[in-house]
Design a protein around this ligand. Sequence first.
Ligand code: FE2
Length: 397
Amino acid sequence: MKHANKSIGLIGYHSIQYFARDLKSCVHWHIEKFGFEEIAKSNSAWEKKHGMRSVVLRGAGNIGWIITEPIEKASTAGRYLNNHPDGVAYINFRVKSIKKTAEFLVERKAPILYDIEVHKSKNAGTWKEIAIATALDDVGFRFIEEKKYDLFAPDHEWTNANTKNNDNRLGLDLGIDHVTCNGRSMHAITEFYAHCMGFKRYWGIEFHTTHHKPELGTGSGLESIVMWDKESGIKFATNQPLAPYYNNSQIQIYVEDNHGSGVQHIALGTKNIINTVEKLKVKGAVFLEASDKYYEQLPSRMKKMKLQKIKEPMEIVKKNNILLDGSNGKYLLQIFMKEQCVQMKNKTAGPFFYEIIQRAGDESFGEGNFKALFDSIEKQQVTDHRQEMRERVDSLC
Ligand SMILES: [Fe+2]
């Protein structure tokens, strides 16, 4: 079908909205353990109108992290948390023109949650937003156009005068590298990105993990496709389980733990992953660990990547359990944190987790690391963590 509007007009991310049962603990974790800073909060008018309260953090470049807890059970956050553990509920994008973005969405019959809302600030700046439902169950997308708008968001007041400072004490200042979502049917989600948002396929992979449960006979599997918006560079990965043993896949386990599709992880960029990871470890962050075999196999993998050596000392990379991948002499370093329910020692904090990534020319998604990561997640799900999550999921019912 031909469409009059060729582009959705994304500029980049405006903010991530995370719904949490315990605002104070979630904010505390991101500030104390993750190097974020509080910059704004909702005012009483907004809280009364929406039955929720929010604190806004900044720490990943200029992207806001809105942590919201329900005051009223019937609020948007209350209804979300009635169905799910804590997690990402909205991804908010900056757009060039709300009018053109809205036309694009309406023409493609995107599921509009609410039509364009306009807010004016005291200095006559404007904020315009529109929101859509997505193929990710209760996760929504907002599109925001700001013109000389002097608040973080309507009815939110600044709590820190230093609002222009995007530095992160732990070096997480390159913003969001990519967002990864899990669902039982990947194509329903990737088709949504293609049809409603005009995204194109960027990358894909499928494999089975090494088994950790002998009774399964083999490892579980997953398929993954990355879709992107070329104009803004925004990239969304989507995973689905892969047969045989579809229902044993860690992707299925995430969907069960999350009570539906949702955002599995957000990758944040750093210029110096060793520095960031070492600081995070001092703060008590817990990471997934690659096996010794992974590092034993690394020299032969590096030959295939045409990588003679990397700038970072390999023994420190290994000591910190950082993963390496690349091709044609270019590489990336990445590491995956354990889920927020583990970081926060709180069963309702959910299966969402953060990835830290440093790119040295390689723009892929760590093809060689994917299996190592999912081996590791699966091992963790089967051992210490799985039973705990099960209990938590049962308690949510
Ligand atoms: Fe990732």
